[in-house]
Design a binder for this molecule. Structure first.
Ligand SMILES: [Zn+2]
Length: 534
């Protein structure tokens, strides 16, 4: 699988010392005529994006993202985001998709929650309630103009649709714009990671919520040398209360494979593409070694006697036939789950076999762990168990982990969520195929609340704020159905004009999608219909 990198290089910063409405975010087109956001190459409308040139599709998607964030956040100061397509680092198999950051930082401005602490321009303005540097744009953002070319993640082109329906192998531009604007809205720290030094002598607000589990110190209280070590130590986590509260709602519970009875310990495991996913609810019991009576009885490639493994978890050796055949034959003999013991080091992720269908959960363990489990039979048990207060992408205290790989990734380390999050998060350093930032921003709005942003408490609106759809702009857990409807209305109105047939046919697929995804309860259906007819 190609993993693609979203970098967030810090832009050069300028310095200054020094109850809101939904934010207005204005893209500032920095490309010269004829290129990037102004590319005149004809294009076919795609995924709800009605643009008819490449440049127009890019501008529409960018504006859509700006309107989504604008509907989620509150600010009395307009946020201006410079945007351009330009050449970014590439190879045939990887690419920097985009980069972004704040263009100014401020400290000790009116209402600043933390003294002597840097805030990015957009956030500082929102907190201050006024534009602290009216002549300056707040954020800059860049997007890779060569994506998909032979030397730049070959064949993986941008997808400009607004429907989250990215074809396999393409890269969703709107998700990347949401991610990059996200950095500019202050999802970034300002320390120099390879020296540990704070930016211009002061800590920054993002870094003030970072904690290192390896030293049990906050980022700000560490020495420069400790920060250099922590940046690659894998122990960084976010301490803010809003994120902490929402981790259990957004991330999957952490489970581990634990043996009991005659065996003890936890074991690494691989998963299967067939059968039910293994969970604490469906995967536990006494282990039994498969014996199908053949010359190689533990391969389990022949039928076993009826009921031979009734109510038990069958252990079977890898080899001689497909994994799913082994699972199906164990299932036929009464097993409730299957452990495949590998015939080499490591665990394997097992593909399905089209000739049979197994429904019970199946996992793999390494050859060495398989030997330990088999030696404990009879009397060994196995189970998936929830790890208390721990989630996929959290530390053992339930705090969201931040990206701190063992090799410093300049522009990615520190200023992202950890890649272990399940489901994948918008602000992980890699663009994941299961993201859909048109509807789900996971923990990022909560992180913004920790930083000092106010979220829009109202509903998504249409017709320039005159029609209340009844759908909350942003909900706990980062769901943004109302913001989506508001952005779709603005886009369709802009392209087709209000009250036109073109407007109604433009906005209808967005409404349908929101209905299908459960964002429009029956009680709000009439309001949504009325608000999207005008
Ligand atoms: Zn990033």
């Amino acid at each position: 699988m190609n993993k693609t990198l979203l970098a967030c290089a810090l832009a050069a910063a300028t310095f200054a010392s020094g109850a809101a409405s939904a934010a207005t975010i204005i893209p500032v087109n920095m490309n010269a005529p004829g290129i990037g956001l102004n590319d005149p190459t004809p294009a076919t409308p795609v995924g709800g994006n009605p643009g008819t040139t490449v440049g127009e599709q890019r501008r529409i998607a960018y504006q859509f993202a700006a309107d989504l964030w604008g509907a989620v956040l509150e600010s009395d100061a307009v946020i201006r985001v410079q945007a351009q397509f330009t050449a970014l680092n590439c190879s045939a198999s990887s690419a920097v998709l985009g980069s972004a950051g704040t263009r100014q930082v401020f400290a000790n401005f009116a209402n600043a929650p933390l003294a002597e602490t840097w805030y990015g321009g957009a956030l500082a303005n929102a907190i201050a309630g006024s534009d602290l540097a009216p002549a300056e744009d707040e954020i800059s953002s860049n997007f890779n103009s060569n994506l998909g070319q032979p030397n730049c993640l070959a064949g993986s082109f941008w997808y400009y649709g607004l429907d989250g329906n990215t074809p396999a192998g393409q890269v969703n531009f709107l998700d990347v714009v949401m991610h990059e604007i996200g950095h500019g809205l202050n999802f970034q720290g300002f320390y120099t990671l390879n020296t540990g030094a704070p930016f211009s002598g002061r800590p920054d607000v993002y870094s003030s919520f970072v904690y290192d589990n390896n030293t049990d110190k906050t980022w700000v209280e560490m020495t420069n040398a400790e920060r250099v070590a922590a940046a690659t130590g894998g122990g960084l986590a976010w301490t803010g209360d809003h994120v902490l509260d929402q981790v259990p709602l957004v991330l999957s519970p952490m489970v581990e494979l634990t043996a009991g009875g005659t065996v003890s310990g936890t074991f690494q495991y691989g998963t299967a593409q067939f059968g039910a996913p293994a969970t604490p609810e469906n995967f536990s019991g006494e282990l039994v070694l498969v014996n199908d009576g053949s010359a190689n009885p533990t391969f389990g490639c022949e039928p076993s006697p009826a009921g031979a493994y009734a109510g038990k978890v069958a252990v079977v050796d890898r080899g001689a036939c497909a994994f799913e055949i082994k699972a199906r034959l164990a299932e036929d003999a009464g097993a409730t789950a299957v452990v495949v013991a590998n015939n080499t080091t490591g665990v394997i992720n097992m593909s399905e076999d089209p000739s049979v269908t197994a429904t019970i959960p199946t996992i793999s363990v390494s050859q060495a762990d398989g030997a330990i489990l088999k030696a404990g039979i009879p009397g060994a048990t196995i189970a998936f168990e929830y790890v208390p207060d721990t989630f996929a992408g959290s530390d053992s205290s339930g705090r969201a982990k931040l990206y701190a790989p063992t090799v410093l990734a300049t522009g990615s380390s520190f200023s992202h969520f950890d890649t272990g999050m399940t489901p994948n998060a918008l602000m992980e350093p890699n663009a994941s195929a299961d993201l859909d930032a048109t509807l789900r921003l996971d923990l990022t709005p909560a992180l913004y609340q920790d930083l000092g942003w106010q979220l829009n408490q109202g509903n998504g609106t249409t017709a320039e704020g005159t029609c209340d759809t009844g759908i909350k702009a942003v909900e706990i857990g980062g769901l943004i159905g109302g913001a989506n409807l508001q952005a779709a209305d603005a886009m369709c109105r802009d392209v087709h004009g209000s009250g036109t047939a073109g407007y109604r046919s433009c906005v209808a697929p967005f409404v349908e999608r929101l209905r299908a995804q459960g964002f429009v309860p029956r009680s709000k259906a009439n309001a949504v219909t009325l608000c999207t007819r005008r």
